[in-house]
Design a protein around this ligand. Structure first.
Ligand code: BYC
Length: 311
């Protein structure tokens, strides 16, 4: 078969909603796009543990601490499923991790903002995990089988994450004046960066057209962002808090909330490595990796010993 015929057959399978599996023929660009997106996603899960890890020892009580620990462990697990999904495409996990540590690979912009109060644990769970779920529910129907299947499990865990975050903010919003202020301040700081998580506007998203055609992406950046805004506004009303956007208003004609313009210069600046915490996050990740070298060596030695015994 010629390459054109293979490509046509591949697109027919995608159009027929068939899942593409690891050993199936796929265009080289499809493979590369998936490796890029899945590995960025994996890196985001792993770097995403850092702002929260900062609060484990300062959680206000034992129950909150146990819940936060469980959430952070889930995120490590999500990173592992996703690195495994990327490996099915013929790439080595070590090389992906090297690209993260060298600054070559991206991870979600959101994790370059500081978590400065306990209320930030609530805002991250409610807004950041909420935005992540909105994106990931759509990815459960992505065309690449191993990625789609990983997403199903991840989404179940993410919905617990979102609820635990909302629960933290609900408690603070019913607390004393200082707790209410803390809650509002965290919402003010995390709202706009959460909207940026969905990526550039569709008109400025270089990968969207091809990724939508290949059904890697099922819903566009702008549409997911709009769904997130529509879902979040009523939840914020229950908290009795305000989202920091004067242009936020229900539009009965569109059947959606209108909202203000995102500061794209801030987004681009964070992507270039100049956000408030980019350098700190990468340094912490690299140190954690170096600190874990003995664990990796011990695990390798153990598996070699077992293999020798079996042989
Ligand atoms: N941050 O053409 P576009 C979580 C990049 S973590 C950084 O629209 P695409 C959690 C984009 O990569 C959840 N970079 O790209 C964990 C591209 O750059 P390159 C993370 C961004 O791929 C712990 C360029 O901008 N979720 O749940 O079609 C605690 C052009 O963009 C961002 C995922 O990773 C950004 N926000 O669409 C709590 C979901 N946005 O590669 C929670 C999987 C865009 O050309 N990923 N860029 O250099 C996706 O769904 C898609 O990759 C995106 C972007 C919607 C993010």
């Amino acid at each position: 078969m010629t390459i054109e015929e293979l490509e046509r057959k591949f697109q027919d399978r995608i159009d027929a909603e068939e899942k593409i599996e690891a050993k199936d023929w796929m265009p080289e660009e499809y493979r590369k796009t998936l490796i890029r997106q899945i590995s960025q996603h994996a890196h985001s899960e792993v770097v995403g543990m850092l702002p929260e890890g900062n609060w484990v020892t300062r959680a206000p009580n034992l129950k909150r601490k146990a819940i936060l620990l469980a959430k952070i462990q889930d995120e490590a697990g999500h990173g592992l499923y996703l690195y495994s999904a990327a490996e099915t495409l013929g790439v080595e996990r070590d090389s992906l991790i090297d690209d993260l540590h060298s600054g070559k690979a991206k991870y979600s912009s959101i994790f370059n903002y500081p978590a400065i109060s306990w209320a930030d644990m609530g805002a991250i769970g409610w807004l950041v995990d909420g935005a992540a779920i909105m994106n990931q529910v759509a990815l459960c129907r992505t065309s690449y089988g191993p990625y789609a299947r990983a997403m199903v499990r991840i989404c179940k865990e993410e919905s617990f994450h979102q609820r635990q975050g909302y629960d933290i903010l609900l408690s603070l919003s019913r607390g004393n004046a200082a707790q209410k202020r803390m809650c509002q301040d965290a919402i003010n700081r995390w709202w706009w960066p959460s909207l940026m998580m969905f990526g550039p506007n569709d008109a400025h998203s270089p990968h969207s057209a091809q990724s939508m055609k290949w059904k890697i992406k099922r819903v566009s950046n702008d549409e997911l962002r709009q769904r997130f805004v529509d879902m979040t506004v009523p939840q914020c009303e229950i908290l009795g808090m305000k989202l920091p956007d004067d242009k936020l208003k229900w539009n009965p004609e569109r059947g959606h909330y209108d909202f203000g313009e995102i500061d794209w210069s801030e987004f681009n600046n964070v992507l270039k490595g100049n956000g408030p915490c980019n350098k700190e996050r990468l340094a912490d990740r690299l140190n954690a990796h170096l600190d874990g070298a003995w664990v990796r060596e011990a695990a390798m030695a153990h598996s070699e010993k077992r293999a020798r015994r079996t042989a």
